[in-house]
Design a protein around this ligand. Structure first.
Ligand SMILES: NC(=O)c1ccc[n+]([C@@H]2O[C@H](COP(=O)([O-])OP(=O)(O)OC[C@H]3O[C@@H](n4cnc5c(N)ncnc54)[C@H](OP(=O)(O)O)[C@@H]3O)[C@@H](O)[C@H]2O)c1
Length: 360
């Protein structure tokens, strides 16, 4: 199952609206178990992992075991149900990590397999599968994507110089890790404040992984995004969506729309800024499962305060920016992350410490 989970993560960030599933077909031989088929959800969500693993195994699948990281689907979506492919291949036993909460499946996949006389075991590797499939799970159960907040802070908890002037905080290794995180998320979301201060690209620029740049999203209530910004000028690398307020002016939308930038509108919050519940609901309806928030202190604090952060990747540099520099979360202490998230992993990325926190 650990190997199935590993192959399942291969296209993570590129399978939305579908989950990134992994599957292995394993045969017992005189020399022990042998993997004879491997599959993972393809870019765009199809084909699914199981038919690919079964096709690779061919006739060898008869009497073999299928390890799969999520319950095989039982409904006719864009592809025929995976349970049909499993039955037709003659698989004797299915070992699945977790049940799919999607109402079209929700245990029916397992029931169909059992009715066909196939042995079904569920729960092996479940803890990791729940992490890997968290985006899919949240989208189908709560109608919102999984939200991962990335923060790069100085030793004194600051994210920028006074006056919102950009500065590099973490080192080369940590920056590489951030690009890897971008590659494995469906979208990177930022605020217009960061766009105006830093003019970022928000692409994945790791050598050999340039085609893994995620969709970029900007929260920009009044449509202030400059058509000359790096984001607007890199649509050939990755698409750009802007979330604006319902009452934002129409003219900039016409200009940005003509460039190929999609503008969507949500309510403003009474206290200012866009309604984040509405924003996330909209993004889930559009198929997004994994959103990485890489924004300044205003947007970051809004997500934390609204209880909408599921995971934090907190990079802490050894440098000190000093009094007057920008706090990581506007109006909130950095310790507010601990209100509903706990550290699950700590590691070093070069000279910078990375703490991964998840919702309790
Ligand atoms: N170290 C890091 O990890 C990191 C990462 C990114 C940025 N930064 C730094 O952050 C600074 C920019 O900070 P910032 O706070 O101005 O940028 P921001 O948080 O990215 O953007 C803030 C803007 O987003 C818009 N917005 C829309 N809905 C919102 C909501 N619900 N809550 C909050 N804001 C919402 C608001 O403008 P409208 O009302 O016009 O929509 C707001 O002014 C720069 O110095 C940059 O270098 C650091």
């Amino acid at each position: 199952m650990a190997a199935a989970l590993n192959v399942g993560r291969r296209e993570q960030g590129r399978t939305w609206p579908n989950p990134a599933v992994g599957a292995l077909v394993v045969r017992d031989t005189a020399n022990g178990p042998v993997v004879i088929g491997r599959g993972w959800t393809a870019r765009g969500g199809r084909p699914h992992a199981e038919p690919q693993a079964l096709a690779q195994a061919g006739e060898g699948a008869r009497g073999a075991t299928l390890y799969v990281t999520l319950e095989p689907c039982s409904h006719h979506g864009g592809t025929p149900p995976c349970v049909d492919a499993v039955r037709a291949a003659g698989i004797a036993r299915v070992v699945a990590a977790v049940q799919d909460p999607d109402f079209r499946v929700a245990g029916r996949g397992f029931a169909i397999l059992r009715e066909a006389g196939i042995g079904v075991d569920v729960g092996i590797g479940a803890a990791q599968a729940l992490v890997d499939h968290a985006g899919h799970m949240l989208r189908v159960t709560e109608g919102r994507p999984h939200v991962m907040l990335k923060l790069a802070v100085s030793a004194d908890g600051k994210v920028g110089l006074a006056g919102r002037h950009p500065t590099a905080i973490t080192g080369e290794t940590a920056r590489g890790r951030v690009h890897m995180l971008r590659a494995t998320h469906d979208a990177v979301l930022t605020g217009i404040g960061t766009v105006l201060a830093d003019n970022p690209l928000l692409t994945c620029r790791l050598p050999g992984m340039e085609d893994r740049s995620p969709l970029r999203i900007v929260l920009d209530a009044d449509l202030r995004l400059p058509p000359t910004s790096a984001l607007a000028r890199s649509l050939d690398v990755a698409p750009l969506w802007i979330v604006a307020a319902e009452d934002a002016p129409a003219e900039p939308e016409t200009v940005l729309g003509a460039m190929g930038i999609e503008v969507m509108r949500v309510r403003r919050r009474p206290e200012g800024g866009l309604d984040l519940d509405d924003t996330l609901k909209l993004l889930a309806l559009r198929g997004l499962t994994r959103v990485m928030v890489e924004a300044g202190p205003r947007v970051a604090a809004s997500f934390v305060a609204a209880g909408l952060v599921d995971e934090v990747n907190l990079f802490e540099a050894p440098t000190v920016l000093g009094v007057g520099a920008l706090d990581a979360l506007e109006g909130l202490p950095l310790s507010a992350l601990g209100d509903y998230l706990s550290v699950v992993e700590e590691q070093w990325q070069g000279v910078d410490r990375l703490r991964i926190m998840r919702r309790r």
